[in-house]
Design a protein around this ligand. Structure first.
Ligand SMILES: N[C@@H](CCC(=O)N[C@@H](CS)C(=O)NCC(=O)O)C(=O)O
Length: 245
C-alpha cells in the first residue's frame, strides 16, 4: 500500500516531512487537511492523530505523528542517508534541533493565530456566525470553537507579536552561532538537523518574526536551503485528495 501523508497548505511541519520523503525517493499520496475549516479537529482525523495537528503519516499498519517522529521513522526504515543518521538512528545533535524547533513552534503559535490565523479566518468568513456554521460541521468541541471565536473577534495584539520576537531570540542566536562556523546545522552537508529546522526558520522569516538583517548567518542559510532540490521538490508533490469535503 502506498503511504499517505496528511498535510496542509504552507505547513512547515508538513514541509519537513515532504523534504525527507523527496530525499528518500518515497512514493506517497498527499491528502489535504484544511486547517482553516478545522479538518484537523474532526473526529475522523483525531482518530488518526489525537493531537489534532498535521502532519500524520500512514504507512501500512503504522500511523506516525509528529513531523520529527516521522523523520525518525523514515530514518529507522533506512530511507534517509544523511550525515547525522547512522544505522537508522538520528544523532543526538540533530535531535537537539528537533527540540529547538518544537520550542520555536510552541512560542510562536499565538503569534501565528494573531497574524495569518485571523487574516485567513476573516477572509474566508464575513461573520463569526457564518464561521461557526462551517466549523461546527467539523467539530462540536467548544474548546476549539471558542478559541477561534476569540481570534476572529479580537483586535490585533501587536504587543504579543513583539513579545514573541523577543522570546524567539535565544533560539535564533543558537542557530546563528553554529552557522558562523559551518554551512549547515548538521556540519558541512545538509542533514536531519536542517530538515528539522529549515522550514520553521523560513516561516519565522515570512511572518517577520525573524529579522534576517539581525541574523545574517540565518539569512544566508535560508538562501542555501531554498537552493536545495529537496526544497522545491517537496512543493511539487500534488494533492491526491481532500480529507473531508
Ligand atoms: N509538533 C508537531 C506540530 C505540528 C503543528 O503545529 N502543525 C500545525 C501546522 S504547521 C497545525 O496543524 N496547526 C493546526 C492547529 O493548531 O489546529 C509536529 O512537528 O508535527
Amino acid at each position: 500500500m502506498i503511504p499517505i501523508l496528511y498535510d496542509a497548505e504552507l505547513s512547515p511541519a508538513g514541509k519537513r516531512v515532504r523534504m525527507a520523503l523527496w530525499l528518500g525517493d518515497v512514493r506517497y499520496q498527499r491528502v489535504r487537511i484544511d486547517l482553516g475549516l478545522l479538518d484537523q479537529k474532526s473526529e475522523a482525523y483525531l482518530a488518526l492523530n489525537p493531537t489534532g495537528v498535521v502532519p500524520t503519516y500512514r504507512d501500512g499498519a503504522a500511523t506516525v505523528y509528529d513531523s520529527h517522529l516521522i523523520l525518525e521513522y523514515l530514518a529507522e526504515q533506512g530511507l534517509l542517508v544523511l550525515p547525522d543518521v547512522s544505522s537508522g538512528r538520528v544523532a543526538i545533535a540533530a535531535r537537539k534541533w528537533m527540540v529547538v524547533e518544537r520550542e520555536l513552534a510552541r512560542l510562536m503559535r499565538p503569534a501565528v493565530y494573531e497574524t495569518v490565523g485571523r487574516k485567513r479566518l476573516r477572509q474566508r468568513f464575513s461573520s463569526w456566525d457564518e464561521a461557526l456554521a462551517a466549523l461546527s460541521r467539523r467539530t462540536a468541541n467548544r474548546g476549539y470553537l471558542n478559541s477561534l471565536q476569540a481570534v476572529f473577534e479580537q483586535p490585533e495584539n501587536t504587543a504579543l507579536i513583539e513579545t514573541t520576537r523577543l522570546q524567539l531570540e535565544p533560539l535564533f542566536a543558537a542557530a546563528e552561532r553554529i552557522l558562523d562556523g559551518q554551512p549547515w546545522l548538521a556540519g558541512s552537508v545538509m542533514g536531519m538537523a536542517d530538515l528539522a529546522m529549515g522550514s520553521r526558520l523560513a516561516v519565522c522569516s515570512r511572518l517577520e518574526l525573524l529579522d534576517q538583517e539581525r541574523y545574517p548567518g540565518l539569512a544566508a542559510y535560508l538562501g542555501r536551503l531554498q537552493d536545495e532540490p529537496c526544497w522545491s521538490g517537496a512543493d511539487d508533490q500534488p494533492w491526491h485528495e481532500d480529507f473531508l469535503n
